[in-house]
Design a binder for this molecule. Structure first.
Ligand code: ATP
Ligand code: MG
Length: 423
């Protein structure tokens, strides 16, 4: 049986990278007082319609929706922010804290054409800083995206693109002028853009079609419609980023796909040639929580697509994930006290081990240890078993020594003390 199109198994040899991402980001985010939150994968369809917006790509064509046995309209979450806003309101998270810093990692679902870096079930790591309208919050959030990428050894060149998309009022006026301008060129626009003129004209700004881009060059610019407050907010974000030495490029055409953003919108892109080059998207959403029936609460956040990130970092991380395993080659001759005594010591000291279960001869077993890139091989042949000692072979140098079982604890303490098992 095939897995569903656009879904993938994450196999044991890939899981290390996922675990590494989880622990690395958890440490960074904890330092900045972000707490993990896990919300359900299924939500009422209405949540996404009301937050993301009916005319966006996600809601109009990418959602996995179904009606359950009780005829409720349900959707597999296509992104994290709407669910978190719902959880924030439902659990009244604002009552204990004026600012809630939250992070999440989990699967998201979108019905899209699968291709490199685009799946139907994919994963996002995201953060939300809820409760502050300060530009400083935008900066904290953006800095964390950069910190996460740096700590995960994403050495691929990436660029932060930034824009201010103002507030809803400013955008409404801008939209009228943009539509007026674009309607003069209706026949020359690409089909997608033609369909978007009345429903979601801002999305036309990030069209990849060359003729459409050409037409846009003389179109009204959103920046000119922003109020002093919007511009000041943006300028403060920019000057803080400069102070932090975080490089960015202002992209006047960056609007993001979702309806709920205002003020700051940003994306982190790589220079890869294929179209799926956005690894992180985020921005400020000051009206979302109120719009969903909650208290008026400003917020800002981002989401990183983990499959896209992993494509960039896997080679860097793979070579650095250490193999500290102790392989136990053993001649099988019935009950074996020596083996279990050794394992007790290894588990006490939390050293990773693997017992050879093949019943092959010892030299084949040692070969296997090499293949698995174990650090050390413990050899328990007939002689060792009868005399209660163990032969220890360091696989990278070939050095070999024998130890009485009674000396093993001391030896392992010594290895641990100097961290000799970890290089
Ligand atoms: P795109 O323009 O590539 O469709 P998007 O604007 O729809 O991206 P967002 O909703 O901003 O994406 O989601 C944030 C991040 O999640 C993206 O930058 C990307 O890294 C990742 N992402 C989004 N959709 C998918 C998908 N179908 N498969 C894998 N990753 C995805
Ligand atoms: Mg998309």
């Amino acid at each position: 049986m095939q897995p569903l199109r656009g879904t993938k198994d994450i196999l044991p040899n890939e899981i290390e990278i996922w675990q590494k991402i989880y622990t690395t980001t958890k440490n960074i985010l904890n330092t900045y007082s972000y707490k993990e939150i896990r919300t359900p994968i299924i939500e009422n369809t209405e949540l996404f319609q009301r937050s993301i917006g009916n005319f966006t790509d996600i809601v109009s064509k990418e959602m996995y929706s179904f009606s359950d046995q009780g005829k409720r309209q349900i959707t597999l979450r296509p992104e994290g922010t709407a669910s978190i806003a719902r959880a924030f309101i439902h659990n009244k998270l604002n009552t204990n804290k004026s600012v809630n810093r939250l992070w999440y990692l989990g699967p998201m679902f979108r019905y899209e054409r699968p291709q490199k870096g685009r799946q139907r079930q994919f994963h996002q790591l995201g953060i939300e800083c809820i409760g502050s309208n300060m530009p400083l919050a935008d900066v904290e959030v953006i800095k964390l995206a950069v910190d996460v990428l740096q700590n995960l050894k994403c050495e691929e060149e990436y660029l932060l693109e930034l824009n201010s998309i103002g507030n809803i009022k400013e955008r409404e006026i801008y939209k009228i002028h943009l539509i007026e301008y674009l309607k003069r060129y209706t026949n020359e626009l690409d089909n997608d853009s033609k369909n978007r003129i009345d429903r979601n004209p801002l999305r036309i700004l990030d069209s990849k079609n060359l003729r459409t881009q050409e037409i846009l060059q003389d179109a009204p610019v959103l920046k000119n419609y922003l109020s002093k407050t919007s511009i000041e907010h943006f300028e403060q974000v920019c000057s803080n980023l400069e102070h932090l030495d975080i490089k960015y490029k202002i992209n006047n055409y960056l609007v993001r796909g979702l309806d709920y953003y205002n003020y700051t919108a940003f994306e982190i892109k790589t220079r890869t040639s294929h179209q799926q080059n956005t690894i992180c998207g985020g921005g400020r959403y000051d009206n979302l929580i109120k719009q969903l029936g909650g208290p008026n609460t400003p917020a800002v956040g981002w989401a990183i697509g983990l499959e896209r990130l992993i494509i960039l970092i896997q080679n860097n991380l793979k070579s650095k994930i250490r193999r500290n395993k102790i392989y136990i080659a053993i001649q099988h001759i019935g009950a074996n006290n020596l083996l279990w005594s050794i394992i007790k010591i290894l588990t006490n000291y939390k050293l990773e081990f693997e017992i050879d279960l093949s019943n092959n001869n010892l030299s084949k077993q040692i070969k296997k240890a090499n293949q698995l890139k174990a650090k050390i091989c413990f050899i328990l042949g007939e002689n060792e078993i009868n005399n209660n000692f163990v032969t220890i072979k360091w696989l990278n140098t070939g050095t070999q020594q024998t130890l009485q079982l009674s000396e093993l604890t001391k030896y392992i303490k010594y290895l641990k003390q100097y961290d000799l098992t970890s290089y």
